[in-house]
Ligand binder design. Sequence first.
Ligand code: KIV
Length: 310
Amino acid sequence: MRLTYNLSRFPSDTESTYMPYLKPERPEKVTAPSLKASKERGERLVCLTAYDYPTARIVDEAGIDIILVGDSLGNVVLGYGNTVPVTLDDILIHVKAVRRGVERALLVADMPYGSFHTGADDTVRAALRLIKEGEAEAIKLEGGQKRVKLVKRLVNEEIAVMGHIGLTPQSINQLGAYRVQGKTADAARRLLDDAYALEEAGAFSIVLELVPREIAELITNSISIPTIGIGAGVHCDIQVLVFHDLLGLAFGKLPRFVREYANLRETITDAITHWAEDVRNGSYPTEQESYGLPAAAAEELKIEIKKVNK
Ligand code: KIV
């Protein structure tokens, strides 16, 4: 069953008459501003990636608060070795599919590598495609202080921006490897400055990827917007994971912060090998799984009606 909201039909009457209509029948739609209020109330929220319609429906109906069409799409869906090759058009196709499956969660689209590196106007144009064509409600952008001007410009154009600091996978060619960031006092101070700068620029939340838990806690307690942790310990306001990692659908060695809650690779392999066996031994499809010719037509065509075994 889809979630339904009763937010739009207010009788044009007194406040006391229409107040009951302001109460949603289901958990409230998550918005960029509502995340800050959740942080103030000390609520622990959850964010998960999704890349297609069925996954988006499952994730949204499970009550996940934020759905991110991340450029991790490149690794887990498109089969690239990293996120660098992912294009704006790739993200857009997947955001559109995800949009059709999401009602309650806040839908965030990642700005892929190259979409915000050639100037502020190009960045706004790329972000607007994700918002207008993809119907995302916010965009995510990797980088700290060096992105402040861009973040201000996007916010000025009414685009909600999620920051992303710590490990920024789009920098892999400069970094050389995916490593924990902010491990020295200087690097940790830079991360804190990045977080302050993004908050000041108007970002509504910040992803902290692969940073020591103590630094994530310090940042979380130092800014008023929510932190979204991945490999950043328990003190972040929100936790995010990649859908395929959580469900055992990823290939290769997983980072230590991933907890696999299912092994869908095994479940899927079992199902398809079982089906292939049934096809090979003739037990699929059965009579109930196919359609019979009415006896009169069979008689006229002189076709002998054979019973399918099983
Ligand atoms: O691309 C992505 O999925 C991400 C999250 C892991 C934060 O950036």
